[in-house]
Design a protein around this ligand. Structure first.
Ligand SMILES: C=C(O[C@@H]1C=C(C(=O)O)C=C[C@H]1O)C(=O)O
Length: 492
């Protein structure tokens, strides 16, 4: 299995999915002209995507546990391909609605195959899943630029659909060349951690995390839907500033994803990251809702994007999946079904609240944010202390990866030094230098109690670098003497 090539193909699908998420709303005007219908009808077609998701998530999740991830990723890619090709030329509204449902199905199929694969690929560490969100954002970022340039050069709006289709076709070929990891492989330590939980705790953690599937999606959807209107109508900010706030939310989101990825990659505990980010997003949201200082709104909007849309859904899902390592697909399906229900209900709830005031609709996000924090706190409590054997070993694995990489670098340098010594005919052992290295270790060591042990490790390292230098020198002497010998022979 080529981890890198497979990951890249999986991520590429989410770049396309990012385009798919907004391609209908971004082309609303062009489509309404093409279909000769009012904008409202286009919007009705858009709702088909949500419909497709709602029905397909659970089913596909469950089926992907049984029939394998690759099949469902292929179903996702092909469904999206039909959607992009079809939507660019369709004129019949019923067919357009069916295609939108197909996009929802594509989304569900991709998710049920991809999130699970990443977990199965990387053991217990789910940082890879957080990066999915970054690729979605990249697609969402590029599409509006592409559409704008097509409009200014007066070209066919369908080209943006064709771009997505071409990427998909290329990726179908690339992805199907890859071998997938073993399905539902259960890391022994992960299983041990899950099994330690009592039934009640496991139930509580599951219910809270499913609830978080709803709130984590809901806070983002509500924010992006109402922020512009809220600041222009209630705070009298300019339209430019309103757009700026939304852009900063997106930039915050991408930055947040990258930082979260980095944190998890370095072994930060997922539940701590989740709790901290959710608390911070609640604070940012409070600021957005109650300040009328533009500069503070700007900062808070960035922080809100960073903390609420920085891959937290993905982190929540990772925790959930770990609870049920044998049913990763099913869990993914359940989690995103809750997310879809949020996408469906939040516009309805806030629409109703907005009759009272736009502020009421906006401030409902605080209720959701607070519920999110409560759910995360419950889940974290139910999952128990992070300092489990399994978790600490995971941390050691990460540290060891870094140490091995650094030792490889040290040995490369040792090799160069060995060659230099040989050229200058110096002995391999340099006792003075070794003493200095040990002194440095003592100086750098942050815990005095560790120091003698670290020095012992360094003595072993240096013993081995000498052994390596000597071994290389004998082989190079041997090869030079044989070449010399060969030359002598040819000269004879
Ligand atoms: C790498 C060298 O060769 C040997 C190995 C050392 C090390 O691993 O740090 C230090 C001194 C030498 O005995 C060197 O001379 O620097």
């Amino acid at each position: 299995m080529h981890k890198r090539a497979l990951s890249l193909s999986l991520y590429l699908n989410y770049f396309v999915h990012g385009i798919g998420l907004i391609i209908l709303t971004q082309n609303m005007q062009a489509l309404s002209q093409h279909w000769q219908t009012p904008i409202a009808t286009v919007s009705y077609v858009v709702s088909g995507i949500g419909m497709g998701r709602l029905f397909a998530y659970f089913l596909f999740g469950k089926l992907s546990d049984r029939y394998g991830r690759k099949l469902f990723i292929n179903i996702g890619m092909l469904s999206y391909l039909v959607f992009f090709l079809g939507m660019a030329v369709v004129t019949n509204i019923q067919v357009a609605y069916a295609l939108a449902i197909l996009a929802g199905i594509a989304n569900s199929a991709l998710d049920s195959g991809t999130y699970t694969t990443f977990i199965e690929m990387g053991g217990r560490q789910g940082s890879a899943n957080v990066l999915i969100k970054a690729f979605m954002s990249a697609g969402e970022f590029i599409l509006p630029l592409l559409i704008a340039s097509l409009e200014t050069t007066r070209q066919w709006y369908g080209w943006s659909f064709m771009l997505a289709a071409v990427v998909l076709i290329v990726n179908v070929v690339l992805l199907n060349r890859q071998k997938f990891p073993v399905r539902n492989q259960v890391d022994a330590s992960a299983q041990a951690a899950g099994q330690q939980l009592s039934k009640a705790r496991r139930w509580l953690a599951s219910a809270s995390l499913a609830g978080y599937g709803y709130t984590s999606m809901a806070v983002m959807i509500l924010y992006t839907q109402w922020i512009s209107l809220f600041v222009t109508s209630e705070l009298n900010y300019s339209r430019v500033l309103a757009h700026l706030l939304l852009s900063l939310y997106s930039i915050g989101s991408i930055t947040g994803v990258l930082v979260t990825f980095w944190l998890l990659h370095r072994g930060a505990a997922e539940n701590k990251v989740l709790l901290t980010m959710n608390l911070s997003s609640l604070v940012a949201l409070l600021v957005v809702c109650y300040t009328s200082w533009p500069w503070l709104s700007i900062v808070a909007s960035f922080v809100f994007g960073f903390t609420a849309a920085g891959g937290m859904m993905q982190v929540g899902l990772n925790l959930f999946i770990r609870l049920y390592p044998q049913a990763k697909g099913t869990v993914t399906g359940v989690f995103f079904t809750f997310g879809s229900i949020a996408a469906f209900t939040i516009p309805l709830i806030t629409g109703w609240l907005s009759k009272q005031s736009i502020g009421a609709a906006m401030r409902f996000d605080l209720v959701i944010g607070l519920a999110g924090v409560a759910l995360v706190a419950l889940a974290v409590w139910a999952l128990g202390p992070t300092k489990s054997l399994a978790h600490e070993r995971q941390h050691i694995n990460q540290i060891d990866q870094q140490i091995v990489r650094l030792l490889n670098q040290r040995f490369d340098t040792v090799t160069t030094i060995g060659d230099l010594k040989q050229a200058e005919q110096l002995p391999v052992l340099d006792q003075q230098r070794e003493d200095r290295v040990l002194d440095q270790v003592a100086q750098k060591s942050q815990t005095a109690a560790h120091t003698p042990y670290l020095q012992a490790i360094y003595q072993a390292i240096m013993l081995n670098s000498r052994a390596y230098q000597s071994a290389r020198q004998t082989t190079t002497t041997m090869t030079t003497s044989t070449t010399q010998h060969k030359e002598e022979l040819t000269h004879d």
